[in-house]
Ligand binder design. Structure first.
Ligand code: IMP
Length: 206
């Protein structure tokens, strides 16, 4: 089967491929489908929940591509910051430009907000909500994954993307920036949600 992965984030694209392709699911992304980025796409992410954003992205790209679409909306929730950056994780520091520049600005903002914060105030989790839309008018199917951890005082490792070098995974005892791809996928929010999607695609609709 062939899916449209409704994301332009290269870090997410790599993780989606790593789980779906070994399961026999071919996935292409908007550029490969000839769907070039348009300024109106930012408006797809104005919902106040991960699920709301993922629903809008899946509908948009299923309609444009004519393919079944799977959209990921995800982010980091820091408990002492009231769940921020949450749905605003990508745009948190307001930076624009390359994904590396945006990630660097967001990580600097996270360190600044938690400067001097004791261990107990550094608890966090990543959340990922995947919405799968078999066709434009179908009922969406929703899958979720959560990865618990805490935010370090300095980055460790340069794998992954986004906040990964600052996020110490409870399960791995290492940051997602230090983890190999396979280690991250085994415990990550996105790995969990993608495996749930694979299971659902293999079983008949309930
Ligand atoms: P979205 O594209 O609007 O869903 O925003 C996702 C943002 O959340 C990314 O740009 C990162 O800042 C953050 N994020 C989500 N998942 C991860 C991850 O696995 N590692 C690092 N950062 C992540």
């Amino acid at each position: 089967m062939k899916l449209l992965g409704a994301t332009r984030n290269e870090g997410k694209q790599a993780e989606i491929r790593r789980v779906l392709e070994p399961a026999g699911i071919e996935v292409i992304f908007p550029d490969q489908a000839g769907l070039w980025e348009s300024p109106s796409e930012d408006a797809l992410e104005l919902a106040d929940t991960f699920e709301g954003n993922a629903r809008r992205k899946s509908q948009h790209f299923a309609r444009l591509s004519g393919l079944p679409a799977v959209a990921d909306d995800s982010g980091l929730e820091v408990f002492a910051l009231g769940g921020a950056p949450g749905v605003r994780s990508r745009r948190w520091a307001g930076a624009t430009g390359s994904s590396q520049a945006v990630d660097a600005a967001n990580n600097a903002e996270l360190l600044r907000r938690l400067l001097g914060a004791p261990e107990a105030r550094r608890r966090a989790r990543y959340r990922c909500v995947l919405v799968y839309l078999p066709e434009t008018d179908a009922v969406p199917r929703v899958f979720e994954g959560v990865a618990p951890g805490r935010i370090l005082e300095a980055p460790r490792g340069d794998h992954g993307f986004g906040y990964d070098p600052l996020f110490l995974s409870d399960e791995l005892g290492r940051t997602f920036g230090e983890a190999t791809s396979a280690e991250k996928d085994a415990v990550s929010h996105r790995g969990q949600a993608l495996r749930a999607l694979v299971d659902a695609l293999r079983s008949p609709v309930p």
